[in-house]
Structure formats: structure tokens, C-alpha cells
Design a binder for this molecule. Structure first.
Ligand code: PMP
Length: 301
């Protein structure tokens, strides 16, 4: 009998710092930071975002995340009104001010304030928001026992509709998939693309291990090219694993020796069951554990 994981409440971890918000040049706290109801980020999901971790006070892979943020913005014809190095400096300052050593940073770029029509040209200036808080998606023990996953009926958006490479403020497809998972009592969902290929989780990339080979879908499969995914590919290759970026079917997941998700918020987390099929021996396998410990060592180096 499996238990359903409930979302954990994560105010800034007890006694360590306070959530801090930077919004268009001014500092706020969680209660006072607010945006206009005419912001197209709210009205239409017109904007992009990033999520970044801070380990022991050090920001993990800041430049990789900012590169993706600026590329996401470019893909939706949005110019972030600040150079990348300026945004990096304010991000560092926000982390310092928060005093949170184990933090989660959320960057949000909205199209800005416009009228009630869609036209982005009516939005005079995009808004930049940086939130520094904490995050925990799954309880610690699940990293050992693994997640129970079901395939969602909702596919990821077609890459020529809203490219999943764009980390946009429109996450409804992934939220709908997550809702399916919630109603089936699963911990997480596996999303397919519109052709039925394995794509990703609701907020994670997926890897499978079979006969020693570590496989994950390629970026052109129309997935979000995860920063954690790229780190794990590199760590895996350095460690001598045969890591392949290749299209996967559900068959490959069902018959894998091991499977795991990667993501900024969930890090590297084992999958123990998919659609009722037990993966491997039904707990975190040796390759998953090894890559997880290599990831943790790097994050804290
Ligand atoms: N896929 C989706 C849909 C996501 O939202 C995320 C989280 N950003 C990921 C994959 C993992 O990406 P990353 O490792 O960069 O957090």
C-alpha cells in the first residue's frame, strides 16, 4: 500500500533568513511585493522564469540558468531590460540579503503592464522579479524509496506550438498533468510528447538505466533542456557511464533497471514504479544512488 505525498509547506527554513523579493529595482518582503492586475504575465502567462538553487550560500549554475532565461525571453520576443551580468549581480545581492544559505531563487520576467488586449507592444516595459525563498518538493525519505509515477494523458505542448524549450509562465499543460497524478494517488507524472515519446515529468527530466547504459531524451524531443539534466549527463560521462541522449518509449521506462528524475527543485530522485510496473527492485538503484551522491558533492563543492 503506497502513501500519497502531500506538498510540503516551505516557509524559509526555521530561523535561517527571510524570503526576499527584488522587483524592478526595489526590495520587498513576501507580504509587500505585488504586481499589477494589468501585467500580461498575469493576464496571459506572457513571460518567462527560472528556478535556481543555492547550496551553502553559493548559487549553483547561475550563468547556465541566466543563459536559459535570456534565450527563453528571446524566443518569445521579449527583451529583458537589464544586461545578464547586472541581473547576476542583483541575484547575488538578493541571496546575501535573504540570509538563506539553502535557498531557491525564482526569476520571473513578465511582459509588463499593458491593456486588456494581447498586443505585447502595448506593454511599455517588462518587469523583472527575483524571489529568494526555500523549496522542498518531496520528503527526504523518498529520495531512497523512490517515487510512484503514472503517465499523464496530457502531452507536453507541441514544440512548434509553445516550445517546451521556453521556460514560460504558461505551465498549464504540466499543471494539468500534475492534477492527473494527484487524482490517481501518484507522487509524480510522466508526460509524453504528442507522438507518444517519453518527454519529462511535470517539472523534471527523466533518465532510465538499462544494462549499465544511462539514457535520457534529447533536447530536440521537445523537452525543457534541464540544467540538472546537463550536469548529470556530464557527471555520468566523467564517471565512465555510457550516457546516451535518445528517444524513449514507455516500454523503455517500464523495462528499465533504474529510472530517476532530475530537476533544480527535486535534484536527482529515484522512480520506483511507473503505471504499476515496478522499476528494478522497486527502490533507488546503485547508478541512481551513485549519480545522486556525485551531484550532491558537486553542488556543495
Ligand atoms: N522539465 C520541466 C518542465 C521543468 O519545469 C523543469 C524544472 N525547471 C525541468 C524539466 C528540469 O530543469 P532544471 O534541471 O533546469 O531545473
Amino acid at each position: 500500500m503506497s502513501t500519497t505525498l502531500k506538498p510540503s509547506k516551505t516557509p524559509a527554513a526555521a530561523g535561517v533568513g527571510v524570503p526576499t523579493v527584488w522587483l524592478d529595482g526595489k526590495w520587498y518582503d513576501r507580504e509587500t511585493a505585488s504586481v499589477s492586475v494589468y501585467d500580461h504575465g498575469l493576464l496571459y502567462g506572457d513571460g518567462v522564469f527560472e528556478g535556481i538553487r543555492v547550496y551553502g550560500g553559493k548559487i549553483f549554475k547561475l550563468s547556465e540558468h541566466l543563459d536559459r532565461l535570456y534565450d527563453s525571453a528571446k524566443a518569445i520576443w521579449l527583451t529583458i531590460p537589464m544586461p545578464k551580468d547586472g541581473l547576476a549581480a542583483v541575484t547575488e545581492e538578493a541571496v546575501r540579503r535573504s540570509g538563506i544559505a539553502e535557498a531557491y531563487i525564482r526569476h520571473i520576467i513578465t511582459r509588463g503592464i499593458g491593456d486588456l488586449g494581447l498586443d505585447p507592444r502595448k506593454c511599455a516595459k517588462p518587469s523583472i522579479i527575483i524571489i529568494v525563498d526555500t523549496i522542498r518538493l518531496f520528503p527526504e525519505e523518498v529520495y531512497e524509496t523512490g517515487l510512484r509515477v503514472v503517465t499523464a494523458g496530457t502531452p507536453i505542448p507541441h514544440r512548434e506550438a509553445l516550445s517546451p524549450r521556453v521556460k514560460s509562465l504558461n505551465y498549464l499543460a504540466h499543471i494539468l498533468a500534475k492534477i492527473e497524478g494527484i487524482h490517481s494517488g501518484a507522487d509524480e507524472v510522466l508526460m509524453l510528447d504528442s507522438d507518444g515519446h517519453v518527454a519529462e515529468g511535470s517539472g523534471q527530466n527523466i533518465f532510465v538505466v538499462k544494462n549499465g547504459a544511462v539514457r535520457t531524451p534529447p533536447a530536440y524531443a521537445g523537452i525543457l533542456k534541464g540544467v540538472t539534466r546537463d550536469v548529470v549527463i556530464e557527471l555520468g560521462r566523467e564517471a565512465g557511464y555510457d550516457v546516451q541522449e535518445t528517444m524513449l518509449n514507455r516500454y523503455d521506462v517500464y523495462t528499465a533497471d533504474e529510472a530517476f528524475f532530475t530537476g533544480t527543485a527535486s535534484e536527482l530522485i529515484a522512480i520506483r514504479q511507473v503505471d504499476g510496473r515496478t522499476i528494478g527492485n522497486g527502490t533507488s538503484g546503485p547508478v541512481t544512488r551513485d549519480l545522486r551522491s556525485r551531484f550532491q558533492a558537486l553542488a556543495r563543492s
